[in-house]
Design a protein around this ligand. Sequence first.
Ligand SMILES: Nc1ncnc2c1ncn2[C@@H]1O[C@H](COP(=O)(O)OP(=O)(O)OP(=O)(O)O)[C@@H](O)[C@H]1O
Ligand SMILES: [Mg+2]
Length: 232
Amino acid sequence: MPLLKVEGLKKYYYSGLFKKKVIKAVDGVSFELEKGRTLGLVGASGSGKSTLGRTILRLLEPTAGRVFFEGKDLLGMKGKGLKKLGTEMQIIFQQPEASLNPRMKIYDSIAEPLRIHRLCKREEEKTRILELLDAVSLNKELLSRYPSELSGGQLQRAVIARVLGLNPKLIVADEPTSMLDPLVQAQVLSLLKSLQEERGISFLFISHDMDVVKWMSDEIAVMDNGQIADFR
Ligand SMILES: Nc1ncnc2c1ncn2[C@@H]1O[C@H](COP(=O)(O)OP(=O)(O)OP(=O)(O)O)[C@@H](O)[C@H]1O
Ligand SMILES: [Mg+2]
């Protein structure tokens, strides 16, 4: 059974007077993703990559189609089941600032999901956070800082640490390194790859950069106008 199965997924946006204008951002996408594998998603700006990623995670309500996670129909789920799946599927954005509260110290940003989902006892929290920090090679001195006091690469590592705390099985990475300079980008990409090898995480990896996608992915889907035009 694949980890993720997407079937005929559609996401239309309606705008304008009487919501008559339709943008078919995702228009019938199907694919499967196995555990521990990476599907790269490339395509021109506006082809629907981010919309697809968000609709799969149900951050956006789909217009049509189905999404199965470990065989379970995601779109039919609610309540507790959905909350649990909410930890198993995570997203990393291009701008790490978007995932971190500017008024929270890095320690609390990493601790927050652990507390919300009660993933560790209060007395084990510090140890757990130091482990997560170690996994992303961040210095523990950064824990008492605010996001504005970190570099772009450090911020993205902090975001990855926060996400890892939830033990995700699937990560949608939406241009996770395109704001970073090339050296830091290579380091963060290597980090993601080694975490995948250690933990068997699956990635839907979205990027404009074909070289990056080729290096990261087992298979590549080329998106065009809301559809997958080609698998490579
Ligand atoms: N909230 C929204 N309301 C209306 N239209 C939207 C909305 N979000 C995106 N769109 C439109 O949907 C289409 C797909 O957008 P999307 O952001 O998914 O593309 P993308 O492939 O991620 O682009 P990029 O490479 O620039 O990030 C575009 O035409 C966009 O203008
Ligand atoms: Mg996008």
